[in-house]
Write a protein that binds this ligand. Structure first.
Ligand code: THU
Length: 133
């Protein structure tokens, strides 16, 4: 993937994080999901007084994109916590990624606009659960 596109995902994830609704944890997360067609869907975590009703930023990004008819994805960038912190996707979000993406999905974990690392979904969720469709 082109460096220019990675940078754009990183900036969009960092920018959308400002809209995080996380009054209970104070932990703000932004995600930017790139489709194979080149569109970007951004989202934030959305908490709730009934804690289990909260939604992670990554799950929200997939919900937006899938709702718009998107079905193929090439990367997701995640910015969580404060500048300099890294946020790895939770187990449920890894499972959501595995439902809609191949193991070669690029997962970009952001520390700051210039400092981010790139992993593959297969590294984050080896031997993931799948059902034949
Ligand atoms: N959270 C995410 O949005 N994504 C992750 O990958 C990890 C956790 C959210 C859930 C909750 O709103 C807050 O971060 C603290 O757990």
């Amino acid at each position: 993937m082109e460096e220019r596109i990675k940078k754009e995902l990183v900036l969009q994830a960092l920018n959308i994080r400002k809209n995080s609704y996380s009054p209970y944890s104070g932990f703000c997360v932004g995600a930017a999901l790139l489709t194979e067609g080149g569109r970007i869907y951004t989202a934030v975590n959305m908490e709730n007084a009934s804690y289990p009703a909260g939604i992670c930023a990554e799950a929200a990004a997939f919900a937006k994109a899938i709702s718009e008819g998107e079905r193929s994805f090439s990367a997701i960038a995640i910015a969580g916590g404060k500048e300099g912190e890294e946020c790895f996707p939770c187990g449920i979000c890894r499972q959501i990624m595995a439902e809609h993406c191949r193991g070669d999905l690029t997962v970009i974990i952001i520390r700051s606009p210039e400092d981010y690392r790139e992993l593959k979904l297969e590294q984050l969720l080896p031997f993931g659960f799948r059902l034949e469709k």
